[in-house]
Design a binder for this molecule. Structure first.
Ligand code: EZ4
Ligand code: CO
Length: 412
């Protein structure tokens, strides 16, 4: 089982995706997701220039050793570009091994620990009525857990709020891959934390009054608060029983979470921008979080994320893997297999990919009654249709950013 071909495929159906495809001399193929939103081509270069030459001629069956070799031999460790590249290799090798074994990947990871994965979707609205419609529309699509993001009076554009006007394609409003996000420069949005903090608790009160106490509700703070602001928000949201408050403070500061934790029992989730188990080490040991937000694509693959979750299980901390549409269908399926297998699965973020993406990536997962399942095809269960992929060349696209009213750059 020798790797004799490694292709890096860039395609942009609804948004940009980077995929690694490995082929072995005995005819097995495996796919890995290497998509790093807004910095995609840096991972392409890392793979093409530095990793592919190392893979050709190596043994595809040695997943752990290949991971350790790519991580340790480079000398330079960690970082989103490096870890997305290693992640793609790791996923592709697991895909090959599971296909060679004739099993869906979750079987190799220990077998299913549950029948399906509870998943949450992203509801949002500028006003309460739009938000309620969005929640209802998610419930109609079978979602049993909902992330709630809201417009704030006085702020024109905020990340995570779908707007019909911005959706040039018509149909249901989306904020994650609308054409407006493509272009040579990122879009600027507004931010004012005090306005946000004044407005948000009332929105959760209204949502609870309308939808009742059962529905799991989540919220993403996108790293925008100071520790004191986050502590205050966490406390004010306690009556509305959130499933979690995500990324309340900037990801680099573990001490910030300590302060937040001292003041609130609202569960905390963090880690979508983390890229190794080391980023989680102290906050897991100190029990400062309740959910691990890492993604297979950005944590270096299935191998290290499984280890991270086993470590987190010692502290009753569960998974909440990052699952926006910038994780490709390959990355999403890979983490569905992992979520199905581990004991301490919590919830899976699930934003549905666009129709073109679903034509490029042929997938076997199922979405039924609010539960995801990766399917029972051998391997990860995703194949890439090269003809479809070839129709959509790379297009420059950036995440938006925000500034305060006086022009100061603010945390993401
Ligand atoms: O901003 O995936 O929880 N989900 C999120 C996402 C991220 C994007 C970044 O690429 O915060 O919307
Ligand atoms: Co987030």
């Amino acid at each position: 089982m020798i790797i004799d071909k490694a292709e890096v495929i860039v395609t942009s159906p609804d948004r940009n995706f980077v995929t690694l495809k490995l082929t072995t001399n005995d005819g097995h193929t495996g796919l890995g997701d290497a998509t790093l939103n807004g910095r995609e081509l840096s991972v392409v270069a890392y793979l093409q220039e530095h990793v592919v030459p190392l893979l050709i001629g190596s043994d595809a069956s040695r997943i752990e050793d290949t991971w350790q070799f790519l991580y340790r031999s480079a000398y330079w460790r960690r970082g989103p570009v490096t870890m997305a590249a290693i992640a793609a290799v790791d996923m592709a090798l697991w895909d090959i091994k599971a296909k060679a074994a004739g099993m869906p990947l979750y079987q190799l990871l220990g077998g299913a620990s549950r029948s399906g994965l509870l998943a949450y979707g992203h509801a949002s609205g500028k006003e309460l009525s739009e938000l309620f419609d969005s929640i209802r529309s998610h419930q109609d699509q079978a979602y049993r857990a909902i992330r709630v993001q809201t417009g704030v009076p006085g702020l024109k554009a905020i990340y995570g709020i779908a707007s019909q006007a911005a959706d040039a394609g018509g149909g249901e409003a989306r904020y994650d891959h609308e054409p407006a996000r493509r272009g040579a420069k990122p879009m600027q949005e507004d931010w004012d934390t005090r306005s946000y903090l004044r407005h948000l608790p009332g929105v959760f009160e209204a949502v609870r009054n309308e939808f009742g106490p059962e529905l799991p509700l989540l919220h993403d703070g996108h790293h925008r608060m100071t520790p004191l602001q986050a502590a205050k928000l966490g406390k004010e949201l306690e009556p509305y029983d959130l499933f979690w408050l995500e990324d309340c403070t900037p990801a680099e500061s573990h001490e910030a979470l300590k302060l937040v934790r001292q003041h609130t029992t609202t569960p905390l989730a963090i880690g979508e921008v983390f890229n190794t188990v080391w980023d989680f080490k102290d906050i897991v040991r100190d029990q400062l979080i309740d959910y691990v937000r890492g993604a297979v694509t950005h944590m270096g693959g299935i191998t290290p994320l499984k280890k991270t979750m086993e470590y987190a299980s010692l502290y009753q901390i569960k998974s909440g893997f990052h699952g926006p549409t910038d994780i490709s269908p390959v990355g999403m399926a890979a983490q569905m297999h992992l979520g199905l297998a581990i004991h301490n699965f919590g919830i899976q973020e699930y934003m549905q990919h666009g129709a073109k993406t679903d034509e490029v990536f042929e997938q076997s997962f199922t979405w039924q009654n609010g539960l995801l399942h990766p399917g029972d095809e051998p391997g990860i269960g995703v194949e890439l249709n090269a003809d479809e992929a070839g129709k959509y060349p790379y297009e420059q696209a950036y995440l938006p950013y925000n500034r305060l009213a006086d022009g100061t750059m603010h945390d993401w």
